[in-house]
Design a protein around this ligand. Sequence first.
Ligand code: ZN
Length: 481
Amino acid sequence: MSRIDLEQIARTRGVDLTVWPPRYDPAYRPRPDEEHWLPELECADPPAREKVVFAKLSRQVRYAWERSPFYRRKWQQAGVSPDTLKSLDDLTRFPVVQKADLRAAQAAHPPFGDYLCIEPAEVARIHGTSGTTGRPTVFGIGREDWERVGEAHARILWGAGIRPHDRILICSFFSLYLGSWGALAGGERLGATVFPFGAGVAGQTLMAVQWARDLRPSAFYGTPSYALHFAETARKDGIDPRGLGFRVLFFSGEPGAGIPATRRQIEETFGGACVDMGSMAEMTPWMTNGECRHRTGMHLWQDIVYTQVCDPATWEPVPAGAEGTPVYTHLERTSQPMIRLVSGDRARWTDEPCPCGRTYPRLPQGLYGRLDDMFIVRGENIYPSAIEDTLRAIEGFGGEFRVIVSRREAMDELLVQAEYARSHGDRREALQKTMRERLRARLGVHPRVELMPEGTLPRTEFKARRVLDDRDLYRSFGEGR
Ligand SMILES: [Zn+2]
């Protein structure tokens, strides 16, 4: 096993890993023809890199123990302390953190929770969850943490093929949502031209299309559903999205970019590479699940955030090739460090090599579902992403769909409402049959398929919600009797 030469990294890449948190030279950048930002770590022998990861982890854990009543309490209850951590494997002896724990800590110790490890006055940025479900979570990020977020994101965007000559159009909300700001910080640190356009105001998508036509950005950031909405808007305005010249389109916020048919559709629509990214807002730098330009599934950038794909019953890592839920641990966060935060996403991981030469594990199918968004119809596990993948691969599909699960005479019923393309208006019967058969083959249950004209279903400017489960209503009536 080769050792990683930290002195050489400090000398040539301006990264001092002998201190914690590491120090980065803000002027460092690889030559544009270099494939990697930090090849000594990205392409290292995994056991050699794990030594660096372990050194960072030990410091991170001790820091949280000393500064955060939240972690001290949690770990004392579990009978662990920083001394428990003698190897990387010992991390699994530490209890996991659930989002509900964070919400409870913030309710008891508002506004940041007792896992804020810096003085409130040292918080440089306040962000929050989009608040679509439950109580919003408040993120307090220190200034130095934010600089490291820029570092990490620049490095990962570099891996996705973004270079300083690129111009990045950011088409997502500039609000409390961390996605937009994280993309901005990374693009700026990398030295690209950033174009923080935003999203969500009436008429803004058409404006974005027109600005893109005139300003010729070469990269796009947003959610996959928004990119498709953007393309539709362009076509309606007589603009071919392929002609806009996007070379790289990178995404977070939704699993779409990792769903094969959606990825294919985005790449065919825009003629650029569709790159999947994103872990969780709590885990910012959230790009540490991030694909390289070869797009073989998101790499886990283990020396920035250490990720284990775990069995949700035991919280032990599952073997390579198996499915579990990612559990994330910060390695260089001083404001609100997360140590073993459960994502609740579903993923399969692999250690098979990638043509880029990075030796990080990968999620070859991305995050393809949530532990809680899977629904069961007549005993079959059904993922909305599987329905999306099936429909988008069918010629004549009109771009949007909705799933309604209900119960009729005590039997579950799966209704898929799908749009048909204008071009297929006179072939609806055949299209409906194709959809029914392919969904049946993929899902293992017979769905009802209802066709509707293209443009009928609501388009989303943010994260798509496409499943309605009417059985809950049925259940509450049933139980109330
Ligand atoms: Zn790769």
